[in-house]
Design a protein around this ligand. Structure first.
Ligand SMILES: Cc1ncc(COP(=O)(O)O)c(C=O)c1O
Length: 385
């Protein structure tokens, strides 16, 4: 198994989050339940981030924040180092979250009657985007429940409805952890050009690719034509476990689309969170070594899940190439109500139904090994092991 405690960072330290106003832990505070659901890790943020926040708290000055050159430079050099892509600084629009930015992007691009498409199963706020925005929504699915990125280009070319004008791409994909190849992204870009689609590319998981030989490919890095019809959404929130600080960035190369996005955001998106800006600058400037060590820890946890799965061959599984979530097909192993069965055994998981795939569950492995061990042992009991 991969070593999970680097000399510098200890990812196995256990911190009691009960009573800390945590969305993940609060529902199970009164019961013996291990929460393994929402995409929030039980791992403290990098030391550099914590130092920046401590300094902020010591100053005690918590007014409105500004995006500084330091933050922009740190972010651009992160993009260059990690994705081999350097966006123009003029393209960046800092936003308080990826999901709100997706809503703004939708309204900035579509006419009243036009709609969106996405590949399912997918992260619930994307899955439910049509209902929330009161627009037509097309769910593209190969009906395996396991998500096959390779099937998307053909589905787009063959099945797209005439009122679909934007595609929300989730890459790396949540909940499956799959990644689109360059050839698949190019095929998607070709359909987008032919059908005049906007690509809203949610790349929030870009930094959590676990496959050693794989590098994130931003959709907009394919070339100028793809870039001009894209809005790329990136954030330090999943990477550095700082989702509560609400900081993200929309990268919009086309100037008129960017102006429409900014116009649409006025009065709807709040000002940037000051703590989020401080944390993002520290994370992008100094968080690289911590992230490398974190990925090793997550690989170790994933190996542990795979060993555990050998005892439960009826549980369907496709190895995630990225993210810290594992997507499990329980339709054979626990056909009745897997989420409830696992909850009764003392583990809270995300329900596949919320992602458009009933019968599946999503397990968050972003935690100390001992916590994962307890969860797997309890899940094994629910499975009759
Ligand atoms: C694919 C995806 N997009 C967006 C988000 C949330 O982004 P934000 O909190 O910045 O709105 C998540 C959180 O898990 C996610 O998995």
């Amino acid at each position: 198994m991969t070593t999970s405690t680097s000399p510098q960072f200890d990812f196995n330290i256990r911190i009691d989050r009960r009573g800390t106003a945590s969305k993940k832990w609060q529902p199970s505070e009164q019961a013996d339940i291990v929460p393994m659901w929402v995409a929030d890790m039980d791992i403290p943020a990098p030391p550099a981030v914590r130092a920046a926040l401590e300094q902020m708290a010591t100053n005690g000055l918590l007014g409105y924040g500004a995006v500084t050159d330091d933050l922009v430079q740190a972010f651009l050099s992160w993009c260059e180092r990690h994705y081999g892509w350097t966006p123009d600084p003029d393209w960046l629009v800092w936003v308080p979250g990826v999901v709100p930015a997706m809503h703004v992007a939708t309204e900035a691009w579509l006419d009243r009657t036009e709609g969106l498409a996405t590949q399912t199963p997918v992260y619930p706020p994307i899955y439910h985007m049509g209902r929330v925005r009161q627009r037509p929504m097309q769910w593209l699915d190969d009906h395996s429940g396991l998500m096959s990125p390779a099937s998307l280009p053909d589905q787009l070319a063959g099945d797209l409805k005439s009122d679909t004008r934007a595609l929300i791409l989730c890459n790396p994909q949540n909940p499956s952890g799959q990644i689109y190849t360059r050839a698949e992204l190019e095929a998607i870009a070709a359909v987008a050009a032919e059908r005049d689609l906007l690509i809203i590319s949610d790349e929030i998981w870009a930094d959590l690719i676990l496959d050693a030989d794989c590098r994130h490919i931003p959709f907009a890095s394919l070339g100028p034509a793809a870039a001009e019809r894209s809005i790329t959404l990136l954030a330090p929130s999943k990477t550095f476990n700082i989702a509560g600080l609400c900081c993200a960035v929309a990268i919009i190369p086309d100037a008129s689309l960017r102006a429409r996005f900014q116009q649409q955001a006025q009065g709807l998106l709040p000002d940037m969170n000051y703590a989020g800006l401080q944390a993002a600058r520290a994370a992008y400037s100094e968080g690289g070594p911590w992230l490398d060590a974190l990925r090793d820890h997550l690989r170790g946890n994933l190996e542990r899940v795979e060993t555990w799965l050998r005892d439960f061959p009826t549980v369907g599984y496709q190895r995630p190439r990225a993210t810290y979530v594992v997507w499990l097909d329980m339709r054979q192993a626990l056909p009745a109500d897997p989420v409830d069965a696992f909850l009764r055994a003392g583990v809270a998981l995300s329900d596949g139904a919320d992602f458009g795939a009933p019968g599946f569950v999503r397990l968050n492995i972003g935690c100390p090994q001992a916590q994962l061990e307890t969860a797997l042992q309890r899940m094994g009991q629910a499975l009759g092991g």
